[in-house]
Write a protein that binds this ligand. Structure first.
Ligand SMILES: NC(=O)c1ccc[n+]([C@@H]2O[C@H](COP(=O)([O-])OP(=O)(O)OC[C@H]3O[C@@H](n4cnc5c(N)ncnc54)[C@H](O)[C@@H]3O)[C@@H](O)[C@H]2O)c1
Ligand SMILES: [Zn+2]
Length: 364
């Protein structure tokens, strides 16, 4: 078992990583002061696979527990679902130390975080991350949100969990497509911050795709450490440093919105394309070498992530990009790679370059 700390003063918390942690969740949560009951937010797929084990662990620790399942879709990150869950927690809460447990991937995690942030102006939140994407990224850092039809994550709050628990054994049951979605975020970390991780991925991608246990443990620990560091430095994106984590996300989010949040444009796939567009813009501006751009594209291809946008029009993607919330004073902000392991924040990218990068990636 490894423990990585997110350093945020009185809001600091551990990320606990290991195999077979699910049976220990109850005991771990009992270490949080005044928690006696828990609403577990999940979906039916995860509940069927692991719900009874989690329930047993919580009951053994003396935690009164109830489950709510939301639909297994990005569309559960909605105001309507949030209202449904708020009603459920109100009915279940007996006023004696309730916590919210997010038991799932990024969808459940973002929704549950926003529930925990709002219910009674904030109750303890624990992220029990079940997807690779959630373990390397979304469960950490306190960004919680639901989507609106016009854009991703438009309603939300910064709200840190008390604890993140990443049991790498849970990831073993992920469909391959979801493993790839997680790998997209791992490639993001490598490009923005960690050349050695990039080299590791170039060598070990096939092992990771086959869910080799050592590889998984390595990437989950490494990415958790990177995210913990970034969040500790700039928790609420005030200095701008945290925005490097948005590499690939400006056009990525626009693609998700344009595809009406359907699974064919899942978050990982969308940001793989978004990262490629950012590389194309960086190439146009002569910020990134052809060689490094080629290596990034090769890694994305090797992970079998998309390199072309299909079934969505370029104009739809462009419009959604120009309406992203990352627009500051009418300028679209992009995180552009300058070499593998280094990026820069560019807040005045001309729409011509954005259009050109999208056009290049549309499958003819
Ligand atoms: N808050 C953040 O900082 C942050 C960062 C990155 C992404 N996100 C958000 O995360 C979301 C994407 O998360 P995701 O990729 O985890 O998607 P997801 O939560 O939809 O999970 C993907 C699929 O895997 C299934 N699943 C989950 N755990 C499983 C398991 N152990 N075995 C088998 N199947 C399992 C789910 O039921 C779902 O069908 C997006 O909404 C994105 O915006 C948030
Ligand atoms: Zn992301």
């Amino acid at each position: 078992m490894k423990m990585i700390k997110v350093n945020l003063g009185e809001r600091s918390y551990p990320i606990i990583i290991g195999a077979n942690l699910l049976g220990k969740v109850g005991k771990l949560i009992k270490t949080i002061p005044n928690v006696n009951s828990a609403l577990v937010i999940t979906n039916n797929r995860i509940k069927a696979l692991y719900g009874s084990k989690l329930a047993n662990s919580l009951h053994s620790a003396g935690i009164r527990t109830n489950f709510i399942s939301v639909a297994d879709s990005e569309r559960s990150k909605s105001i309507d679902t949030w209202v449904k869950v708020m009603h459920k927690i109100t009915r279940f809460d007996k006023g004696r130390g309730i916590a919210v447990i997010a038991f799932g991937g990024g969808v459940v995690g973002d929704l549950s975080g926003f529930v925990a942030a709002c219910y009674k102006r904030g109750v303890p939140l624990v992220q029990v991350a079940t997807t690779l994407l959630a373990q390397v990224d979304s469960a950490i850092g306190g960004k919680t949100a639901v989507d609106l039809p016009f854009g991703k994550n438009l309603v939300g709050a910064f709200y840190q969990p008390k604890m993140v628990i990443s049991d790498i054994k849970l990831v073993m049951s992920l469909p391959l497509a979801e493993v790839k979605n997680g790998i997209a975020e791992i490639i993001k970390y490598a490009v923005i911050l960690d050349k050695n991780l990039f080299l590791y991925l170039e060598k070990n991608l096939n092992k990771l795709l086959k869910l080799n246990k050592d590889c998984l443990a390595y990437v989950v620990c490494r990415c958790s450490r990177l995210k913990a560091k970034v969040v500790s430095i700039d928790e609420k994106e005030t200095s701008g440093y945290r925005s490097i984590l948005n590499f690939g996300h400006t056009i990525g989010h626009a693609l998700e919105t344009s595809a009406s949040y359907t699974r064919k444009m899942a978050h990982g796939r969308a940001i793989a394309l978004g990262m490629l567009c950012a590389c194309d813009i960086a190439r146009e501006l002569d910020l990134l070498s052809e060689k490094d751009a080629g290596r990034i594209e090769d890694l994305i291809k090797a992970a079998n992530l998309p390199t072309k946008i299909t079934k969505i029009s370029a104009s739809k993607v462009l419009n959604a990009t120009l309406h992203d919330k990352k627009i500051i004073a009418g300028k679209v902000r992009f995180i552009l790679p300058v070499s593998i392991g280094h990026v820069m924040v560019c807040s005045n990218i001309d729409r011509r370059w954005i259009k050109k990068s999208i056009d290049k990636r549309i499958k003819q």
